[in-house]
Design a protein. Structure first.
Length: 388
């Protein structure tokens, strides 16, 4: 058996035009040392770098796993860590990022050799030409949102590698992914909303779905995932506890987006009556069953495409389904619903997120409030308050 050299042990040598140093940072299973090398133009420069390297690896004992390729570690990590901790949809998204955007570019690199610069260059490459299929508008450019997902995958995977002492630090911490651009929020104004409501009344299968959406602001997957067991007739409430999405050619039932996504919504009286009447007509566990097979929920894609057709018929702007949620929230705030209550209805994790999202509405409300206060002061004091 070879002699065990303690971690931190090092040596330096003159290589002619430069100086080379190495320190022991761990050991393989056969007890052979794992080295890290440092180079300098002069002996003094090398000694200074060696000192910094000693500090960097202080208390670190790397092992065989430090030589794993990133693709090998990601395979282990996805099964042992990600699959256990993540929701199915997020897990599927992470696997897609690994297979499409990480392994083809840096999967062959050793995890202990990956640098922040490697990862930053990956982000730049992906943003510029990472799209798998050519897009007529964006070409090969990949969205900042997708690159941000890659960032989250690498950050989580390499942080777990640090915890297992496979690497001594997480290089992702020193990188910056491209900033995500939030999709522009579009809402239906009162006139457009009125036209849309008139059009959906002509659609026997879809009218209740869109009416419920515009009176609760549910996410599309939450709406399609409603079961009659979620409807409390006596309490006039809906329990939101699941979501439906289309994955791998089939509809998957999963958890809500966040912990706060699990919530109870008190229904407006008109919506409660609609739900009561609908329950009498629907022979399915699903509130909105698939029209071809009532043992299954309606496909979210079908609801989305139907919305597009109805918007066009009502001569309304071409908006996303999520903008119906924004429409509900905007009109709710304008009608006097406070931000905290609205945040609970929408299932947001923090009221501050709700406030930031709908700041355009609250700003107008503050302006309106200042005018009301001005009128109140005028009524109370009967004079121009500016002259006081």
């Amino acid at each position: 058996m070879s002699k065990h050299r303690p971690s931190g042990d090092g040596m330096i040598r003159n290589r002619g035009k430069f100086w080379e140093g190495r320190i022991v940072v761990g050991h393989n299973s056969d007890q052979s040392p794992i080295y890290r090398y440092v180079y300098g133009k002069t002996q003094k420069e090398l000694i200074e770098k060696m000192h910094q390297k000693h500090i960097e690896y202080d208390g670190i004992e790397l092992s065989d796993n430090s030589n794993l390729k990133l693709s090998e570690w990601l395979e282990i990590w996805s099964e042992k860590y990600a699959k256990v901790k993540l929701k199915f949809q997020t897990y599927e998204s992470y696997l897609s990022s690994i297979n499409l955007y990480i392994n083809p570019y840096i999967g062959d690199k050793r995890i202990s050799k990956i640098t922040s610069n490697d990862i930053q260059e990956l982000y730049t490459t992906l943003k510029k030409e990472g799209r798998v299929n050519y897009h007529p508008e964006y070409g090969k450019q990949l969205s900042a949102s997708t690159v941000s997902t890659v960032h989250r995958v690498l950050s989580a995977a390499l942080e777990d590698a640090v915890k297992n002492v496979y690497i001594h630090k997480n290089p992702v911490k020193f990188t910056k992914p491209p900033k995500r651009k939030n999709g522009e929020m579009k809402i239906l104004n009162e006139e457009e909303l009125e036209r849309f409501m008139e059009v959906i009344k002509q659609e026997p299968f879809w009218d209740d779905l869109f009416y419920l959406e515009l009176s609760t602001g549910l996410r599309l997957g939450e709406l399609c995932g409603l079961k009659w067991s979620d409807f409390d007739e006596k309490g006039k409430t809906l329990v939101i506890s699941r979501t439906i999405c289309f994955r791998g050619g089939e509809l998957i039932e999963g958890d809500t987006k966040t912990r706060n996504g699990n919530r109870i919504i008190y229904l407006p009286e008109s919506t409660y009556k609609m739900m009561n009447e609908r329950k009498m007509k629907i022979d399915s566990q699903w509130v909105f069953p698939n029209p071809l097979d009532n043992s299954k929920p309606v496909n979210p894609s079908s609801a989305y495409m139907t919305m597009k057709k109805l918007l066009e018929k009502a001569e309304c702007p071409d908006i996303r389904f999520h903008d119906l949620r924004h429409t509900f929230a905007t009109h709710a705030i304008s009608s006097g619903v406070d931000v905290k209550t609205l945040s609970n209805i929408l299932g947001h994790s923090k009221s501050s997120f709700t406030l930031d999202t709908y700041t355009h509405v609250t700003t107008e409300m503050q302006k309106s409030a200042s005018e009301k206060i001005e009128n109140m002061l005028d009524d109370m004091f009967g004079l121009d308050v500016m002259s006081l």
